[in-house]
Design a protein around this ligand. Structure first.
Ligand code: SF4
Length: 415
């Protein structure tokens, strides 16, 4: 590997990291250094947010330790057979960069991943060493997210959670068949085994904190994962099903969906075109429905087209579900339970909470609901209010064009 200065390495390794979508810093413990001790804070004020060229928010210093890799995953620009310029940081270089960027207020923390160099254990040791040194040698209190390597020694993976706020293990592809085909050196069993171990360690850490206040926090921001969308033949139904299983089994904080983007000198087994970015957006909306709107996975899956298994791109999955199951509507805003109000397209969680509070004291008319939403015209076919009953509209076969957003007027889940 040619000798490169820090700036050149940073250019290569920050660019190589942009394909990883799972870098949100939400949900961690609050820490700060306002008392003059330590450095850094997870509280976010005064932090510059950076954006990758594809628009994703990367307020963390988001880099790879190295973009060299002994594996050859077809979808990855850093794979062994890829003809890209390689670079490698030492652990101490990453520590120095994180501290200097933090002091300049460029970042709120570090997101560190890596190609596999030498062996999974060696690479994991180096990743853990960065976090250890930041925490123990420099008393760094900012946010750290470490990507872990599923086939590394479980003790090393455990140490990642000792120092990091969040750890993640990429499930990579929604189906075992897709993983076998596109990442033949990876094993679905190993990936999920490692996720299970991290989930267990997080639960242990929480138990210990309940019993002893002084017990150290273990991965307080939990674990997350990322799935690549559109690199294999998996349908949206497959993806929603997989995400739901991962949430249930491993208590993940987040599943990130990353629309596959064709890479330079792509492997011949990959599709030539990236899936529409809207597909990624619709999957995030489905995820939101499961996490905040109490939809079961099978309900979200039912919103997909029966022939293709794909969610519609022109309308959000909540509206798609409502149109498909019109017999569940209209919903009486003065009597319906919370779970049915949450299913009304255009009513967000806040609006539903406000409705539930207000109707304890009086009956609600359409105008009352209108004050809680962006467009009452789009809700009307799905609601009964004190002065409104949409019998004709709800029965109209051509309801979809009435409620589907015009291009410049996207109907959102969370009005
Ligand atoms: S192991 Fe990770 S870095 Fe290496 S080729 Fe596979 S996805 Fe890329």
């Amino acid at each position: 590997m040619a000798q490169l200065d820090t700036r050149a390495k940073l250019a290569i390794l920050a660019d190589a990291a942009k394909y990883d979508a799972s870098c949100a810093s939400s949900g961690t413990a609050k820490r700060h250094s306002r008392d003059g001790k330590g450095i850094g804070s997870t509280e976010g004020m005064g932090i510059c947010h950076a954006y990758a060229p594809d628009g994703r928010c990367i307020s963390l210093l988001k880099i790879l330790l190295t973009n060299s890799c002994i594996f050859d995953c077809h979808y990855c620009i850093n794979r062994k057979s890829s003809n890209v310029r390689r670079a490698r940081f030492t652990a101490q270089e990453v520590v120095a960069l994180t501290l200097s960027f933090y002091r300049r207020n460029y970042i709120e923390g570090l997101f560190l991943s890596s190609g596999i160099i030498g062996s999974s254990n060696y690479t994991m040791e180096q990743i853990v060493e960065v976090a250890r040194s930041l925490r123990e040698d420099h008393d760094f209190r900012g946010y750290i997210h470490l990507k872990t390597i599923p086939d590394a020694d479980p003790e090393l993976v455990h140490l990642a959670g000792v120092y990091a706020d969040r750890v993640s293990i990429n499930v990579e592809l929604p189906t075992t068949g897709g993983l076998k085909r596109l990442a033949p050196e990876k094993s679905a069993t190993q990936i999920e085994g490692a996720m299970g171990k991290v989930a267990h360690d997080i639960a242990d850490g929480r138990d210990a904190r309940k019993r002893y206040k002084s017990a150290p926090k273990y991965a307080p921001a939990g674990q997350s994962t990322q799935m690549i969308v559109g690199a294999d033949a998996a349908t949206d139904r497959d993806i929603v099903g997989k995400a739901s299983t991962l949430y249930d089994r491993y208590g993940l904080r987040r599943v990130y969906y990353s629309a596959f983007s064709p890479i330079p000198e792509a492997s011949a087994v990959l599709p030539l075109q990236r899936p529409p970015l809207m597909r990624e957006h619709r999957l995030y909306q489905s995820d939101w429905l499961m996490r905040f709107y109490d939809y079961r996975a099978d309900e979200v899956r039912a919103a997909a087209d029966d022939a293709t298994g794909m969610l519609p791109l022109d309308i959000d999955p909540k509206l798609a579900w409502a149109l498909k199951f019109r017999d569940r509507f209209p919903v009486d805003v003065n009597r319906a339970p919370r779970e049915m109000l949450l299913r009304v397209p255009g009513l967000g969680v806040k609006a539903v909470n406000a409705i539930l509070t207000a109707r304890r004291w009086r009956r609600l008319a359409l105008a009352d609901v209108a004050r809680l939403t962006v467009s009452i015209a789009k809700l009307r076919p799905f609601l009964i209010a004190d002065d409104w009953r949409p019998v004709l509209l709800a029965d109209r076969a051509e309801l979809r064009p009435v409620v589907a957003p015009k291009k410049a007027d996207q109907m959102e889940l969370f009005s």
